[in-house]
Design a binder for this molecule. Sequence first.
Ligand code: NAD
Ligand code: LMR
Length: 332
Amino acid sequence: MAKEPMRVLVTGAAGQIGYALVPMIARGVMLGADQPLILHMLDIPQAAEALNGVKMELVDAAFPLLKGIVATTDVVEACTGVNVAVMVGGFPRKDGMERKDVMSKNVSIYKSQASALEAHAAPNCKVLVVANPANTNALILKEFAPSIPEKNITCLTRLDHNRALGQIAERLNVQVTDVKNAIIWGNHSSTQYPDVNHATVKTPSGEKPVRELVANDEWLNTEFISTVQQRGAAIIKARKQSSALSAASSACDHIRDWLLGTPEGTFVSMGVYSDGSYGVPVGLIYSFPVTCSGGEWTIVQGLPIDEFSRKKMDATAQELSEEKTLAYSCLN
Ligand code: NAD
Ligand code: LMR
């Protein structure tokens, strides 16, 4: 029997990530090739004409799974009945700006959209915040939507996770699908800590630790980390716009794994509400290694943390605490 359509909201759908993301969702990349869907697209009135253009293209593409389109500038209409909400709407960082610069513009959007989601989304709606500062926007959304379970509110660090896998695959000249279990700890910002201490590569003679195969701790502890941390800025410098297709693809990975599960023995990175695991303060949305099953994520426990990692995990937590304080000062 055919499945009932799911409703998926994309905010900021007339923007550049939106333009890459909605065809991926409509093709089944996010929810699976047998899952019909109704796409809800929200943007602001100034972008209404462009939004309508995206709607026209979606109709023209004749996606078999796409059973309906709601394209609107009304936040209540956009949020009504949605099962998945991908929050991309906001103002992107431009060349030379730090994420903190976009804070005041974006956190107030997340405060007001929290209330709309809380009141109108389907029960158990799963929320992914992409717009920067992603962790702190997600935290504001969580705090102003107290009836949405905190486990349902996440932010995107899968792009950073995928960037880490990509760097290792390039360095070792292996397929990216053979590399797994890198971790992004902390903030989706330049203080994030890309950690390969638990990452492995599939080889003809079994799985081997990345550290053994790269055999260059100096590169792993310096250039690898800074390349992943600075990749967003490097893309902005090269394209004069922030990453879009990779962000869209990673957002699909994040939701797909969350809903459909991670493969056995594989963990991925998600920004989730800290429960104090690994000594990370409760009250932050922090990127952890997680596994997913039955539509729920679980933080991977018991990984040994060395002193080098501890310092970097604490530094990014510290930045998130400061962002939280700044966000509240912007809202007051
Ligand atoms: P963009 O400017 O092309 O698109 C953003 C869209 O949001 C625009 O169409 C704008 O009109 C819309 N918008 C603004 N306010 C809105 C509101 N209140 N409600 C609904 N829509 C609203 O930007 P983009 O390149 O698509 O990037 C979107 C966001 O994603 C930015 O904040 C960017 O920094 C962030 N980003 C995050 C990651 C990540 O990995 N977490 C990666 C790339 C980009
Ligand atoms: C990215 O990681 O590509 C985005 O978050 C853009 C940015 O502001 O760095």
